[in-house]
Every structure is written in structure tokens, then in C-alpha cells.
Design a protein around this ligand. Structure first.
Ligand code: FEO
Length: 156
């Protein structure tokens, strides 16, 4: 269980790294609101990582591993958010896998700890889906994309 939890700690750190790379990408294509949203998301991923860090440290030993390099390029404005949705679906699968491991080991404490992440993943997927839909609705309209950029800039 501890090994799997350390694996998830690495995955959450990677998520932060991924969103930070997406932020840099949006900055480079002149979308500061999208970039800012991704920066906030990166902080959220770090709080996820620290929840795992603290839980593992309380119950055993944290082992930090190398973090993969995130992608550098995406396709236009929709690219990163489509990738984010796909990524969050993958993370949901990882969390569900951890729940299964906890259950199979009769580790009720870890199962309870993971319950927060099960709900959080529902939210993470819903948010990414919503923004992918908003980008699709904006289509190629520069005016609509700039309006959306302004809305995303509001996230704190
Ligand atoms: Fe840590 Fe975006 O899930």
C-alpha cells in the first residue's frame, strides 16, 4: 500500500508539473487568463501531493522519485484542456486502483483517506469537461476566446 501511495504522490507532483507546462504554453500563445487558470490548478495539485505526503509520512516513509517531463506543445487553445480532461480521467483510474488495493488489504484508514480524492476527482473531471465545452462553443471566434480568457483569469 505504501509503495502505491508513494506512486500517487509522484503522480500528483507530475500533475502540478503538467499544469505548469500548460500555463507556460498558454502564456506563449497570448492567453493570459488560460495561463493563470493553469497556475492555480498547479497549486491545487500541490495541495493534493502534500495530502499524500503527510499521510504517508504519518504512517510510514515517503520516498520521492524522479518526476517525468511534461509535454511542451499542444494543439491550439483546446489542446491543453482536452489533454487535462484525459489526464484527470487517468488520475481517477489511479485513485480507484488505490481504493481497491486498500480494500483488498483491509486497510480501512487508507480507504477513508482516499474517499476525499474520489469526490475530488468527480469535480476535477467535471471542471475540465465544462471548460472543454466552453472552448468548443467559442470555436474559432477570437472575440469569444478572449471573453473566455477573461473568465478563466478570475479563478483564484
Ligand atoms: Fe490531483 Fe487533478 O487531480
Amino acid at each position: 500500500m505504501q509503495e502505491a501511495m508513494n506512486g500517487q504522490l509522484n503522480a500528483e507532483i507530475f500533475s502540478g508539473y503538467l499544469y505548469l507546462s500548460m500555463s507556460a504554453y498558454y502564456e506563449s500563445i497570448g492567453m493570459p487568463g488560460f495561463a493563470s487558470w493553469m497556475r492555480v490548478q498547479r497549486l491545487e495539485e500541490l495541495t493534493h501531493a502534500m495530502k499524500f505526503f503527510d499521510y504517508i509520512a504519518e504512517n510510514g516513509r515517503v520516498r520521492l522519485a524522479a518526476v517525468d517531463a511534461p509535454p511542451f506543445e499542444w494543439d491550439g487553445v483546446p489542446g491543453p484542456f482536452e489533454a487535462a480532461l484525459e489526464h484527470e480521467r487517468k488520475v481517477t483510474g489511479l485513485i480507484n486502483g488505490l481504493v481497491e488495493t486498500a480494500r483488498s488489504e483491509g486497510d480501512l484508514e487508507t480507504e477513508e483517506f482516499l474517499a476525499w480524492f474520489v469526490s475530488e476527482q468527480v469535480e476535477e473531471e467535471e471542471t475540465a469537461e465544462k471548460i472543454v465545452d466552453m472552448i468548443k462553443s467559442a470555436g474559432d471566434s477570437t472575440e469569444e476566446l478572449e471573453k473566455l480568457d477573461g473568465e478563466l483569469a478570475m479563478r483564484t
